[in-house]
Design a binder for this molecule. Structure first.
Ligand code: ADP
Ligand code: MG
Length: 576
């Protein structure tokens, strides 16, 4: 795994005054940046652009979403492109069609004043013929999804023999989506000396594997903490019973009348279900998932981008690369399978310096997952109470009155109707008229939330612990037994096992008791921490190339020694 240096340790910390002028980019590119209104480089641009302008080495760059990675590689790549050379010089790989289109669009904007440059986007889910014809005309830069790109290479429609740079954008997501084989096949096709530039928000093991296998002593640039959430995002969670999830979602939405956000679901089915319930309940929402036709996707995305749609209910894959910068909320209706994915979801909000809220709705048995997420994002969550019916109505009323205050009255247009209006309403008192207008807009909420139940779950021991309240002393003496898939055959020593456990738990969380190393497995006892920190750890470490796996004993066996507890028995062919 490449060693990643944090900001300060790199020795190449840019001066605070770095401007776009310092990069010595071609004048046309410099002008395009001004046109786009970019005033100064973002932190990742300050580090990556000078490196790519000078060095001829591989690069691994880690930075959160929304930090300007496209320009970080895009500007130097465009600067290096020679338009008179008709061959493909750069290949950019990214996970989704939307991202392809967006990157190509960004690069074209950066190249607005550069003549004779051809940038082609090549992606699945669209007819291949038109893309093949476009490539035939020549493309200096190809922006592609891995599957379609490999297809083009195999059909001999793309010639990578003169590519000097390949960019893996959102490498973590490409691997998440199962593009590992395609990526490896494409990387093998590139010419000797081709440089690989890998960009990622997170650094899961799979990414490190690709970096180790296909990159040559890469320079490593990390901006911000690895896997950490953006600073402008606050993280909040609500605990409800599983059956109340949807009702809680509605209240959270209702309490923010100006909400503009994405509701993340885990499956297409769930996405469809939540979206149609929201639609049925009168919300301005729609679904985005993989079962939609391209035309449907474009329509949904279009109306969301232009804010005609307030809520997008989406799966992770479908929401990838969506370049909407000012979401107020990212709502986790259900948590992602991988903790790293949470960083992506919450990174959809709080972009470009604006503040955003990442909301997690969990049911009672998921509370431990919040501690795991806190470890991954290195930030604290705030537990929030699901708003009561009264609070929702208050917030809605406030929203309505704000709109009343801000509405522009077109005096000329309204004048002809005034007499009629006064004739009807003159009998009534002004306060009565006001009440009636509010009621007209507002009765739906009053009726719905009349007698609305409290959805909050009474605090569990876990939440009391988190809030500094009384703690049920569950761990101080009780030892849990664990089985690990590594043993003597792997050369594992007790000291190494302890350090693996501490790495998995991200610190010396557990008091480790007895350890026993068998041929193929090991056993240990531990106390002082929630066993799920280990058994549900999102990224277990590897030992000598083998990924660690941990499980506990069955509860009824937890306090009994495993059958072979009496000492290491190297003659045993099978552990229990
Ligand atoms: P990432 O790939 O890191 O998620 P993007 O490259 O998509 O981020 O950039 C996020 C947003 O920030 C885009 O809308 C982009 O136009 C904008 N942006 C990028 N660099 C700058 C800059 N230097 N100044 C202002 N806005 C920028
Ligand atoms: Mg990007």
């Amino acid at each position: 795994m490449p060693r990643l240096l944090d900001d300060g340790a790199c020795g190449k910390v840019p001066r605070m005054t770095t401007t776009f002028d310092d990069f010595k980019l071609a004048p046309g590119i410099r002008r395009a940046i001004t046109d786009l209104g970019f005033e100064k480089p973002t932190p990742v641009q300050m580090r990556v652009i000078p490196f790519l302008m000078q060095d001829t080495r591989d690069l691994v760059a880690l930075a959160q979403t929304g930090t300007g990675k496209t320009a970080a590689y895009g500007l130097p790549v465009l600067h290096r492109t020679v338009p008179s050379n008709r061959l493909t010089q750069t290949l950019i790989l990214c996970p989704t069609r939307e991202l392809c289109v967006q990157i190509a669009r960004d690069l074209n904007a950066f190249a607005a004043h550069t003549k004779g440059l051809s940038i082609q986007a090549v992606y699945g889910g669209a007819p291949i013929d038109a893309q093949m014809r476009a490539l035939e005309k020549g493309a200096h830069i190809i922006v592609a999804t891995p599957g379609r790109m490999l297809d083009m290479i195999r059909r001999k429609r793309a010639d990578l023999s003169h590519v000097s740079h390949v960019v893996l954008d959102e490498a973590d997501e490409m691997l998440n989506m199962g593009f590992q084989e395609e990526l490896e096949a494409i990387l093998k096709t590139g010419p000797k000396g081709m440089l690989t530039l890998l960009f990622s928000a997170t650094m899961p093991r799979q990414v490190a594997v690709i970096a180790g296998r296909y990159m040559n002593a890469p320079e490593e640039i990390t901006v911000g903490e690895r896997n950490s959430g953006s600073d402008t995002v606050s993280h909040e969670y609500y605990v409800v019973h599983a059956r109340d999830r949807y009702a809680a979602l509605k209240r959270i939405i209702d309490v923010y009348p100006a909400i503009y956000g994405i509701v993340f679901c885990r499956t297409r089915l769930e996405t469809q279900d939540v979206a149609s319930r929201l639609l049925g309940d009168g919300y301005n929402a729609d679904a985005l998932h993989g079962d939609l036709t391209q035309a449907q996707r474009d329509r949904v995305l279009g109306s969301f981008r232009t804010r005609h749609l307030q809520l997008l209910v989406a799966t992770d894959v479908a929401a990838r690369g969506l370049d909407v910068t000012d979401l107020t909320h990212a709502i986790n209706f259900s948590l992602p399978a991988e903790a790293a994915q949470y960083t992506h979801r919450s990174g959809r909000t709080g972009r470009a310096g604006k503040s955003g809220i990442s909301v997690v709705i969990i049911h009672t048995r998921e509370e431990h997952k919040i501690s795991m997420l806190e470890q991954v994002i290195k930030k604290k969550f705030t537990r929030k109470q699901v708003p009561s019916g009264r609070e929702v109505c208050g917030a809605q009323l406030h929203g309505l009155l704000e709109r009343v205050k801000q509405v522009e009255v077109d005096e000329a247009e309204i004048a002809p109707y005034l007499e009629q209006i006064e004739g009807i309403l003159s009998e009534r008192l002004a306060t009565d008229v006001l009440k009636r207008f509010v009621a007209l807009e507002f009765n739906r909420f009053l009726a719905y939330y009349k007698d609305a139940p409290d959805l909050n779950v009474t605090r569990t021991a876990e939440s009391e612990r988190r809030q500094g309240g009384p703690v049920r002393d569950r761990d101080s003496r009780h030892m849990t037994g664990f089985i690990v898939n590594l043993g003597d055959r792997n050369g594992l020593q007790p000291g190494e096992l302890i350090s693996l456990i501490n790495r998995a738990a991200r610190g010396p969380v557990f008091n480790i008791g007895r350890i026993q190393i068998d041929q193929d497995r090991s056993y240990f006892e531990a106390s002082g921490g929630d066993p799920r920190i280990l058994t549900e750890c999102p990224s277990l470490p590897s030992y000598k190339g083998r990924l660690m796996a941990i499980r506990t004993f069955e509860p009824e066996r937890a306090n009994r020694p495993p059958p072979s507890r009496r000492g290491p028995r190297r003659d045993r062919p099978h552990a229990p």
